[in-house]
Ligand binder design. Structure first.
Ligand code: KG4
Ligand code: ZN
Length: 369
């Protein structure tokens, strides 16, 4: 991405940005004014299309994005009451994620950009999650860099020091499953429908979190990496101890509560370590942001609030619809990049893997003559 002429930059920043998200199983479109106000937003969740398979089927997802993107975009523009003349740029998730969906969304965005003569901004999905809490009005008093992000979703589980736009330091990540993935696998073992996180949380409310002694992988270890596969295996063994067939309701509830308690303990411990590591680098910083679908879990939120407060941090948890995959965050990342002078890149190829600390995440200013 390049830094452009100041006048071009001012014109782009004044206009609205259309965001497109298609990296997994949510098809989402949003329109934000240049100042970050949300003009219209919509999300089509494909859960129904994938539920019968017990997980996201990439081919099904890509086709569904293709079906839904154009009508969702029309609906967003209609709701906002604008046409393309109000739009300064198109921002679309271009990685990381399922490549079929990324190609559909990014090329849809490029098509609009070409047809309307606007810049196309390829957005890193993780950057979009990382910047969400900077949306105007979301964090009291605003949220300045640097801050610590805990991203916990079905596909991602990492601590990121958000030091500036394009400047991300991954402090720790999962060595195996993501936290949401662990919830989904545990839910499946307990006979709950996919995606299992919310169902497991509901079932856990009826159970005793001390009923079953499950492991807390990496608890107390140095650093802030995660591991969940051992916990999942321990749960599978506990389930195997019951006679074949559906688990008795009380046993399933006890196992759900015990599993959730183990994940919560691990997340709390890892966050405790991550906050200390982050503070050592940034002594004045005091904000912890959580994002991703698992951030919806009340037990986890409560534990993180306690840990953050103990270390003198405020916990910023965006509203759930902005924690899970959405296009508002994509448009907002586009706005942040436009403000920093990005001009867009029609030649950008979507990438299934695109870590936040990849070299091309940094903004590289090129002086204009
Ligand atoms: O961020 P998200 O919507 O999609 C991505 O994975 O990118 O996160 C979905 C994940 C799923 O694994 C789901 O089971 C988990 O978040 N999840 C939850 C809860 N709500 C969603 N996990 C635990 N407790 C919840 N209440
Ligand atoms: Zn996501």
């Amino acid at each position: 991405m390049q830094i452009g002429h100041p006048e071009i930059k001012d014109r782009l920043v004044a206009g609205a940005v259309l965001g497109i998200e298609s990296s997994c199983d949510e098809t989402a479109v949003a329109l934000l004014a240049g100042d970050g106000r949300i003009l219209a937003e919509t999300v089509h969740s494909q859960t129904g299309a994938h539920a019968a398979f017990g997980g996201v089927v990439p081919e099904v997802a890509a086709r569904a994005h293709l079906t839904h993107l154009a009508p969702l975009t029309e609906a967003v523009l209609a709701e906002a009451g604008v046409d393309e003349t109000a739009i300064a740029a198109i921002a679309a998730t271009s990685g990381p994620g399922l490549i079929g969906g990324l190609i559909v969304g990014a090329n849809f965005g490029k098509g609009l950009a070409l047809a309307w003569g606007k810049p196309f901004l390829p957005i890193n999905h993780l950057e979009a999650h990382a910047l969400t809490a900077r949306l105007p009005g979301l964090a009291e008093g605003g949220l300045a860099f640097p801050y610590l992000l805990l991203l916990v979703s079905g596909g991602h589980c990492q601590f990121v020091a958000v030091e500036g736009l394009g400047r991300y330091r991954v402090l720790g990540r999962t060595l195996d499953d993501a936290a949401g993935e662990a919830f989904d696998k545990a839910a499946k073992l307990l006979g709950l429908a996919w995606p299992g996180g919310p169902a497991l949380e509901r079932l856990a409310a009826e159970g005793d979190p001390r009923a079953m002694a499950l492991p807390r992988p990496l608890l107390g270890r140095a650093g802030c990496d995660f591991s969940f596969s051992g916990l999942k295996t321990a749960l599978a063994q506990a389930v195997a101890g019951f006679p074949p067939g559906p688990l008795p309701r009380t046993a399933a509830a006890d196992l759900a509560a015990s599993f959730q308690a183990a994940v919560t303990d691990v997340l709390a411990d890892r966050t405790d370590h991550a906050l200390a590591l982050f503070r050592a680098r940034h002594p004045g910083a005091a904000s912890l942001v959580i994002g991703g679908g698992v951030a919806a879990n009340q037990a986890i939120r409560a534990a993180l609030t306690t840990i953050a407060a103990r270390q003198g941090f405020r916990l910023i948890a965006p509203p759930l619809r902005l924690c899970t995959d959405n296009a508002v965050m994509v448009a907002w990342a586009g706005i942040e990049r436009l403000r920093a002078g990005a001009l867009g890149d029609l030649a950008h190829a979507p990438r299934p893997r695109w870590p936040l600390d990849a070299p091309d995440m940094a903004l590289t200013p090129t002086p204009v003559a």
